[in-house]
Design a protein around this ligand. Structure first.
Ligand code: IMP
Ligand code: MG
Length: 180
């Protein structure tokens, strides 16, 4: 697919993200204070940087697992169909689970994943999203914890891509298309 030229305007700095993750980790530790171990489930691929930073701020027993759900393909358009491309390796029945998502946009992905994982009988299941675009929501879902609420902009960086590009940017930026 040929790309229209674009630039990335910085939106949330690496320092601001790091400070927010420290606060979120403290809140998560309080919420799961009594639990012996937490299973942290990252939704691939966009959450891989966030989950790496988040678990290193958690002073508790943590197991890490991944699940890949796809609803986007290589475009900025959301489709409503959510497919599970890669399932968890481990069991979550009777366990304390935290699902980690990069962005909640229309909400279809997180809603579908939470419904699926709840059928497996976790003891407790909460969710965290680094970013939330509430103005785009199509289904009723909100992550237990949100890093930052953002306007309806297409963003990249800190694990998040545009057609598989820009995941390696250390900050969050918005995509701005420039003239041809
Ligand atoms: P939802 O199902 O519409 O909530 O979509 C969630 C998924 O869409 C996220 O996990 C992202 O992978 C992707 N997504 C949503 N907004 C953006 C964006 O601004 N940039 C890149 N990916 C996005
Ligand atoms: Mg995603």
């Amino acid at each position: 697919m040929p790309h229209r030229p674009y630039v990335i305007d910085p939106m949330i700095s690496a320092k601001t993200i790091a400070a927010r993750i420290e606060d979120l980790a403290r809140e998560i530790q309080v919420e799961y204070a009594d639990c012996e171990k937490l299973v942290v489930v990252g939704l691939l691929r966009g959450s891989f940087v966030f989950i790496a930073d988040l678990v290193r701020e958690l002073d508790m027993n943590v197991e890490v697992d991944f699940l890949e759900a796809s609803s986007y393909g290589d475009s900025t358009q959301s489709s409503r169909e959510v497919r599970i491309l890669k399932d968890l390796r481990g069991e979550i029945s009777g366990r304390n689970v935290l699902v980690v998502e990069d962005i909640v946009d229309t909400g279809h992905t997180l809603k579908h994943v939470v419904a699926l994982l709840k059928t497996r009988g976790p003891k407790k299941l909460e969710t965290i999203a680094l970013l939330d675009k509430p103005s785009r929501r199509e289904v009723d879902i909100k992550a237990t914890w949100t890093g930052f609420e953002i306007p309806d902009e297409f963003v990249v960086g800190y694990g998040i891509d545009f057609a598989q590009r820009n995941r390696n940017l250390p900050y969050i930026g918005k995509v701005r298309f420039t003239g041809e």
